[in-house]
Each structure stands twice: as C-alpha cells, then as structure tokens.
Design a binder for this molecule. Structure first.
Ligand code: 5RP
Length: 228
C-alpha cells in the first residue's frame, strides 16, 4: 500500500466519528481532502443529514463546497462537535507539529475548540520527539520576520522564511502574514515550547499543537491503528 492508500484508509475511518446534526471542523491538506470528499459522498447518498463544515482554509472551504458540504464560519455556530485534520509529526503523547499547508492559525483556532479532535496520519509521521524530521512553522507579522528569525536563536532554532514554489517571494498566509520554518534540535517539552514561542512579539501562532489531539488514526500496512 502506498502513502496515498494509507491516507484514504484513515480518511474513511474518520467518517465513523460523524453523525447527523454535527458541526465538523474541516482541516487542510491532502489527507483531509480525502475525508472531505468521502463526507460529501455520504451526504449525497443521504447517509448523513444536517451536518455543517467549518473550514480551516480557503482550500478546505472550496473542497467542501465542491463536494456538497454546507459550510459555515466559526462565529455562526455554538460549538464544533468534531474536527478532522492531518499533521506533519505526532509524538508518543499525541502532541503534533502542523502547518505545512500554512493554515496552522485557523486550524488551531478551530481544533482547540472541537469536542473531539481526530488526527489523520500515515505511520511515517510518528516520531519519538517533535522536531525530529520537521521544522515548526511559525506564522509571523511580515514586518517582524527578520527580528523573530534572529530571536529564535535563543531556542537553538535555525529558522528560514518559507518561500513560494517559484522561490520569487515569501509564502503569504490567508491572514496576510509570513511563515518561518524553525528547525529545533529536539523539542522535549512541546507545551512549554508552544507557549514560549507565542510570547515573542510579532508571532501570531506556531505549529506545535500540544495536548489538543484526542484521537490519532494512523494508517499502517496492517490497517488503521487508533491512538488516544
Ligand atoms: C496544513 C496542515 C496539514 O494538516 C499537514 O501539513 C498534513 O498535511 P498532509 O495531510 O497533506 O500530509 O497542518 O497546515
């Protein structure tokens, strides 16, 4: 089974958490894209009624609309029942690094508030400690990017401004900000690091999601493994 098949496997499994009358946080990225597609198919077949999606990005919003999922914004709902999203790294305590899709701020806003936050990954994303394979994306106010890049040296982190695919300019988030990708030697206390990074003036949000995930569905060659 290749990685795409593993993504589809966990995306299908996540449907088991969805019931009629739910408000669902819709994550961003290639794994969640499968979930959104399958959710739309269930609605189309009449297997689910009165479900609404709260998207974490333009990408998730457009996909949801394309697949017939009614979309609402956070300020139109009283609560989010379940949020479903991918991740870039998952440690043994289910702390995450997220944000390759640059949607980390809205993702955290929505997923922090979900009754149940379900994370979808393939087994290659399980790590012994955060920062092992991936940098921590940090959304920053554009005017402060260079200062913050230097300040991150206090944490022994080497940060790079994320550039667009053509490398002719920085990635600009949906909030109009830049992303610094910060490589740490090792993140031993994710909750502490998440809080510390957000105290730097000019940091909008960072991609450490400590203590937020309730359930992680891991796609493996032997099927879906459930961590909680
Ligand atoms: C976007 C994210 C994604 O959920 C994360 O990057 C995983 O993406 P994919 O499912 O494509 O591997 O955090 O900001």
């Amino acid at each position: 089974m290749d990685v795409e098949e593993l993504k589809k496997l966990v995306a299908r499994e996540a449907l088991k958490f969805i019931e009629d009358d739910m408000v669902i946080g819709l994550g961003t990225g290639s794994t969640t894209a499968y979930f959104i597609r399958y959710l739309g198919q269930m609605i189309e077949r009449g297997q689910l009624e009165d479900v609404y999606g709260v998207p974490t990005s333009h990408q998730a919003r457009l996909l949801a609309l394309e697949h017939g999922i009614p979309v609402v914004s956070l300020d139109e709902v009283d609560a989010i029942d379940v949020a479903v999203d991918g991740a870039d790294e998952v440690d043994p305590s289910l702390n995450l690094i997220k944000g390759r899709g640059a949607a980390l701020t809205m993702e955290k806003i929505i997923e922090y508030r979900a009754g149940t936050f379900v994370v979808l990954v393939d087994e290659g994303k399980l790590v012994e400690y955060l920062g092992k394979k991936m940098p921590v994306p940090i959304e920053v106010i554009p005017a402060a990017w260079k200062a913050i890049k230097e300040e991150l040296e206090i944490f022994n982190a080497r940060a790079e401004l994320r550039m667009g695919i053509r490398k002719d300019g920085p990635v600009v988030t949906e909030n109009g900000n830049f992303i610094l990708d910060a490589w740490f030697e090792r993140i031993d206390d994710p909750l502490d690091m998440e809080i510390e990074l957000n105290t730097i003036p000019g940091v909008v949000e960072n991609g450490i999601f400590a203590d937020i995930a309730d359930i992680v569905l891991v796609g493996t060659r032997d099927g879906v493994k459930r961590l909680e």
